[in-house]
Design a protein around this ligand. Sequence first.
Ligand SMILES: Cc1ncc(COP(=O)(O)O)c(C=O)c1O
Length: 356
Amino acid sequence: MLKAREAVHSVPQIPQLTSGRSGICLDLNENTSGCSPRVLAKLHSLTAADISLYPERAAAEAVLAEHFGVHPEQLLLTNGMDEAIVLLFSAFLGAGDEALYPVPTFPMYPICARAAGASIIQVPSDRDFRYPAAALRAAITGRTRVIAIATPNNPTGALAPRKELVALLEAAPDAAVFVDEAYFEFCGETMLSELPRFPNLFVGRTFSKAYGLAALRIGCLIGRAEHMDAVRRLAPPFNMNGIALACLKEALADQDFVSSYVISVKRERARLEAAFSKYGIRTWPSHGNFVLADLGKWHAEFTAELAKDGIYVRDRGAEPACAGCVRITIGTAAEMDRFYAALPGALQRTGWHVTV
Ligand SMILES: Cc1ncc(COP(=O)(O)O)c(C=O)c1O
């Protein structure tokens, strides 16, 4: 009888993330204000030939490498950063190896580690969601081949301090240390400058968040040329679609769009934290375009009640070390006003004691 590989059966199933969303989407950390008008203009200018020919990745890779100040051999464009994670994990992990990462974090790490046949070693953060530096280093073994750190972390918004990341890179010379900088634009902290010093460092970036291009699927992986050569061998030759490649340069050129979105996120994030605190709901300091809130035993009902009002947030309350937590993406001021209008009613219906 036909059966998938043993490892495939241990892969956690990805829940349906988007299903007929037609309202205010505060659930997937997208830029809900849209994308740069320069990208839209480029899309409108595309011709039939732009669609009918296979896409060429190299020119866009050179542009992006220059933007990051690295050599093109060090950078691979990927179909969203998701694909970068798939490729990196499959290049460095095999049966019997270990993938190490703190939890809670981005759910693609266990999926890709399990798919490669590796074991997963999850180090829980404390309830302040601080980066568990010492516990992570203590969990490194002779079998650790990939270590993944999202900073700012999704879903907590916490930053991993640079000196701790350096200590991790020093402590695990035989592991690929993947620093996932999906939310870099909101904090400005990057490990890219450490690439010359650490051959085991890889950095991931995406255009799905601050640039507002989630549907185009543009991400990248940056590392030492010799290791990126190994990763590139696994990438399908036409992994990037031509429409995304055509838009990349325009997106990069419009840094004003990115900065004005980041400013609005910071303003609205403070407003959201204040709104939750008014109801006695704990949130954690976030360096991303989202906030994690502690809804306790009401996390699932709260999420469902808001959905009835056409407002989608992400229930992360059943994940390891994340009990009771719901993640809310920062929307536009108008979207957040709708959220504040719905909040007391949703809390009341779930049984939260609304005092204000
Ligand atoms: C921490 C983190 N890494 C990677 C990704 C993947 O992004 P992309 O849309 O580029 O695949 C996300 C998306 O939510 C994320 O939160």
